[in-house]
Design a protein around this ligand. Structure first.
Ligand code: UDP
Length: 330
């Protein structure tokens, strides 16, 4: 049994990892300020500490109270558009909080750190699928803030021996197959929940951002990876950290277009997705697909919910059961 600190563990991807850790009998402390996270997303078996990562004193207390084996760091600002309106805030919060957390971990003797990173590190890629060695060229402040954290963690390894795994997520989607957690952001900007909400009538009709991309059907292609598979990758990478720091791109290696997502939601949910076509969204590359060979080879990971239908099926089930999400918005 391990003991883990999970920041942002009440959020979308974080809560799915917390469930996976608790399911295998680990002790988990979730540190979350509940700005985006949901109390109801945290399983009863995990301890929830409601605190801000900027609070160094509180952080030190949390580390002093437990002998953690590793830290999983999910808590971050993650809206690309917002990051381009207020870059300083993204750098101050994402980089400052991450380094404060890494520092607290090292001071407490915790030398294993897993970072939620992002495909936004690669900007508009020159080559697809995107391998780990691809050029790092973030096209927005959000992506660059994560790159700065990755680089900060490199230094923490060289200087203090803090081993880190930086996991560059492609498009996290889907919901806990057991129905215990799902996707509920405010504001919601992600395609799958917006398409399902449009079909259910709980959200307005979907606007497709551009149908003039150089792709077979003209809409953008993304690599949607199921959150339960993402959680599984975190557990495998934790083992891999015993051999040293590592960096992985987390996707399935298969891309789907916006039109394919709309079709799947309509077919699986049983109601068509009302939608119209609008202009492109600034900064959206035509195709983002991960090269997943390194992750598969080095950790034995393989997606268990590897098709778009698996993703849409679990997401539809959660949204059908929770039409207002976790229902804790004012
Ligand atoms: N998208 C869209 N309409 C929306 C939201 C998203 O057409 O209301 C498209 C977006 O342009 C991208 C894909 O859906 O090609 C996935 O977008 P999302 O915001 O879910 O993830 P991102 O790729 O930005 O991380």
């Amino acid at each position: 049994m391990g003991r883990y600190l999970v920041t942002g563990g009440a959020g979308y991807v974080g809560s799915h990892l917390v469930h996976a850790l608790v399911d295998r009998g680990d002790a988990v402390v979730v540190l979350d300020d509940l700005r985006q996270g949901h109390r109801a997303a945290v399983p009863a078996a995990a301890e929830l500490v409601v605190a801000d990562l900027a609070d160094a004193k509180r952080l030190a207390e949390v580390f002093a109270g437990w002998r953690f084996d590793a830290v999983f760091h999910f808590a971050a600002l993650s809206l690309v558009g917002e990051s381009m309106r207020d870059p300083a805030r993204y750098i101050i919060e994402n980089v400052g909080n991450s380094m404060r957390l890494a520092d607290a971990a090292v001071k407490a003797g915790v030398l294993r750190f897993v970072l939620s990173s992002t495909a936004a590190l690669f900007g508009d890629p020159e080559v697809v699928p995107i391998e780990e060695e691809a050029r790092l060229a973030p096209a927005n402040t959000y992506g660059d803030s994560k790159l700065m954290v990755e680089r900060g963690l490199d230094w923490m390894d060289r200087v203090h021996g803090l081993r880190s795994a930086c996991l560059r997520y492609f498009n996290a989607a889907g919901a806990d197959p057991a129905g215990r957690a799902g996707e509920d952001h405010d504001p919601e900007t992600h395609l799958v929940p917006l398409a399902i909400g449009a079909a259910l009538g709980t959200r307005p009709a979907l606007t497709v951002f551009g149908d003039d991309y150089p792709t077979p059907d003209g809409t953008c292609i993304r690599d949607y990876i199921h959150v339960a598979d993402l959680a599984d990758a975190h557990l495998r990478v934790l083992e891999r950290l015993e051999q040293g720091s590592c960096r992985y791109n987390l996707g399935t290696g298969t891309g789907y277009s916006v039109k394919q997502v709309i079709e799947a939601v309509g077919r699986i949910g049983g109601r068509p997705v009302p939608h119209s076509y609008g202009p492109r969204r600034a900064g959206d590359p035509a195709v983002l697909v991960a090269g997943s060979a390194k992750l598969r080879r080095e950790t034995g990971w393989a997606p268990r919910f590897g098709t778009l239908d698996d993703i849409v099926r679990t997401a539809c089930a959660w949204h059908n059961a929770h039409p207002q999400g976790y229902g804790d918005r004012g």
